[in-house]
Design a binder for this molecule. Structure first.
Ligand code: MIC
Length: 646
């Protein structure tokens, strides 16, 4: 049977299960990626599991999120991560070396391999013929320990690309077009595989832009073939020998097919405050802009910065605009410098930040009150920028630069000057000075734990019945940024669950923590709408509620990574059977699940009695027996620890 690229990747790594849509499969993981904001937990989990040495082909720990050192906390975490890399035999990418996804692609990405990362944008590496999936830290910890990764076999959607992009339209507009069509839920349970003649005009880094924001569609991942563009990418980085071809067989089929004619695309923009709120730039043109931010893992290529410099060469940044540049990596900075682009950006007044995630995750660069910020980053969830009630728009570097020049949102096609032609250099200046190889792994190497590192909380097994109050009821598409915010104040607490728990649901309900603490011993519930937990892979959005006593989340539907994170930490994810059941539960109601333990073990239906209203309804779960076991035990760590001790 002819296979598509996704099927070839899965077949080559399949350890258990069948490639049948919706059934659970176990995959062998070749490589892992962790970043600092999620990696501290991963390293604590590896310690709790008693791991001696990473069992993968390659595991890399990046420090790209928590770069502002306003006190000891982030600095403590960096040292802890470095010591953990020495202990477990993991590569260490030092603070400021660059954003995990593009650096991984430049140095470690290999066609035909699997990559699991504790960051939802790990899927970016699908750009080079990899099966790259974002997951919660605990699953990545298990993969580092050599365990398989379990996922439900996704539906494979073939995206046929034809034509080529017009002037002023770039890769970001392709993924914004996908988000315009599918919104933030349309990709759940799917892998998007791009193919067709249109690929010829997209470089490997352009494909990274598209694959990266597949996360915003809710997709399991995105996949591109490994063709001439990937070969050229690897050759230009001195890694040509690592290239392998990987393309779909002639006649390969997809579960579903769509097409995009690249030549018909126009500049697009996602309006506040959802990546799926996409319109043509021309529809919102003219609105006054305060800030434009270029960079992040969603537009990380040399081209993305060079185009801004080329557009600015003969022009000025508007007096009222702050143009913030988040370089992807030190290597990109050096290349921009050698090719003369960095000088232009500096001369024109752009603010050059440290290489890393920066403003994307609210680590600095917060916009002023009620002012529009245009960003090339992947997400604009409410408040993620660090400013309450922010107005963040997502767009291409071309649209950001055009708007920085005029001071208002501008369709770059209306600028009235020719589109600058960017030529990819044949060879890149390489810089791996800040990448430390694994030292061989030494289980005696001490883990360096400053006062910011707290031990992982212990979680008790699931009791036969649970009862508690609905502490919060939220609507559709609640992101993990709303459940557990990021930003300069909260991110440094990622290695300290009792402290970070104080910020649970802070952006939507500042009183949640105080209420939760009162119910901590008795237990409580969260009620959510559709796509509960979209966005980031941060397991803190499950860990902190669990620490605060949450036993179950009842939602209309869940985002993939968060759903798995809930299972990992012993929170039962239950789905309402109907919208009216969701409507009939209110914040403050007391619920009893009288036979929860037995019901989830024996079937998929769970009885919920609403004591406040004296009603009873049935909720459902879609957990596999393996996941049910995690819930029964209280968390997957307990299982893992027990199995490693044999
Ligand atoms: C994000 O874009 O939200 C992040 C920062 O990359 C996160 C990781 C995190 O929360 O630390 C992600 O998407 O997983």
């Amino acid at each position: 049977m002819p296979l598509n690229v996704t099927q070839k990747l899965i077949a080559a790594h399949l350890l258990e299960g069948e490639m049948r849509e919706g059934s659970e499969i176990a995959l062998k993981i070749d490589q892992t990626l962790t970043q600092d904001a999620t990696g501290t937990m991963v390293m604590l989990e590896l310690e709790a599991m008693g791991l001696e040495r990473a069992a993968t082909e390659v595991s890399v720990q990046y420090v790209d999120h928590n770069l502002l050192q306003t006190d000891f906390k982030n600095a403590d975490d960096h040292l802890f991560l470095q010591s953990a890399c020495r202990r477990f035999g993991i590569w260490y990418s030092r603070p400021g070396n660059g954003v995990s996804h593009p650096v991984h692609m430049e140095y470690f990405g290999r066609p035909g391999r699997t990559l699991l990362g504790s960051d939802s944008h790990t899927c970016a590496a699908g750009s080079m013929g990899m099966l790259a999936v974002g997951a919660g830290g605990l699953e990545v910890a298990m993969a580092i320990a050599g365990e398989p990764f379990y996922v439900k076999m996704p539906r494979i959607v073939g995206v046929k690309l034809t034509g080529s992009l017009p002037d002023w339209v770039s890769a970001k507009d392709v993924i914004l077009e996908m988000l315009r069509r599918y919104d933030v839920t349309g990709g759940v349970g799917k892998i998007f595989e791009y193919y067709g003649p249109g690929l010829a005009s997209l470089s490997a880094m352009d494909r990274h832009v598209i694959a990266n924001m597949g996360a915003e569609l809710g997709a399991t991942t995105s996949v591109f073939p490994s063709d001439g563009a990937v070969k050229a990418f690897l050759e230009s980085r001195g890694r040509g020998a690592e290239w392998e071809p990987l393309e779909a067989d002639a006649g390969a089929a997809y579960d579903e097919e769509i097409a995009i004619d690249l030549s018909t695309l126009v500049p697009l923009i996602a309006c506040p405050s959802s990546p799926g709120n996409v319109v043509p730039v021309s529809e919102v043109a003219g609105r006054k802009v305060y800030q434009c931010v270029v960079g992040s893992s969603a537009n990380p290529g040399l081209r993305d910065f060079a185009i801004v410099a080329m557009m600015l060469r003969e022009r000025r940044i508007h007096d009222d605009v702050s143009l913030d540049i988040n370089p992807t990596s030190r290597q990109i900075l050096e290349n921009l410098s050698t090719l003369g682009y960095l000088g232009i950006l500096i001369h024109k007044g752009a603010r050059i930040h440290q290489a890393g995630c920066g403003g994307c995750i609210g680590m600095g660069e917060a916009p002023a009150t009620q002012k529009i910020s245009l960003r090339t980053v992947p997400r604009n969830f409410p408040g993620r920028s660090g400013t309450k009630e922010d107005m963040v728009y997502l767009c291409s570097p071309e649209t950001a630069a055009a708007s920085a020049i005029t001071g208002v949102i501008t369709d770059p096609r209306t600028l009235g000057f020719p589109y600058p032609e960017f030529e990819e250099p044949d060879t890149y200046l390489l810089n791996s000075e800040a990448l430390a190889p694994p030292s061989g792994g030494d289980s005696r190497e001490p883990l360096v734990k400053g006062p910011n590192i707290a031990p992982l909380p212990e979680f008790d097994p699931l009791p036969p019945a649970v009862e508690g109050v609905v502490l919060i009821k939220v609507g559709d598409n609640i992101s993990t940024d709303e459940i557990m915010p990021a930003g300069t104040k909260v991110l440094p607490l990622r290695s300290n669950i009792p402290e970070i728990a104080k910020f649970t649901f802070f952006p939507v309900d500042e009183g949640y923590y105080a209420r939760a603490m009162k119910q901590r011993e008795t237990g409580s519930f969260i009620v959510g709408g559709l796509n509960y937990g979209q966005g980031s892979s941060r397991e803190h959005a499950a860990l902190a509620p669990r620490y605060l006593g949450v036993r179950a989340v009842l939602a209309r539907s869940f985002a993939r990574i968060h759903w798995q994170n809930l299972c990992n930490f012993g929170i039962v994810p239950l789905t309402f059977a109907s919208e009216s059941d969701y409507d009939a539960v209110a914040e403050g109601d007391v619920l009893t699940l009288p036979d929860l333990r037995r019901e989830i073990t024996e079937g998929s239906r769970v009885t919920v009695h609403n004591r406040s209203r004296n009603t009873t309804f049935v909720a459902e779960h879609t957990m596999t027996p393996r996941q049910v076991q995690m819930i029964l035990e209280g968390s997957v760590i307990r299982i893992c620890r027990n199995c490693r001790r044999g």
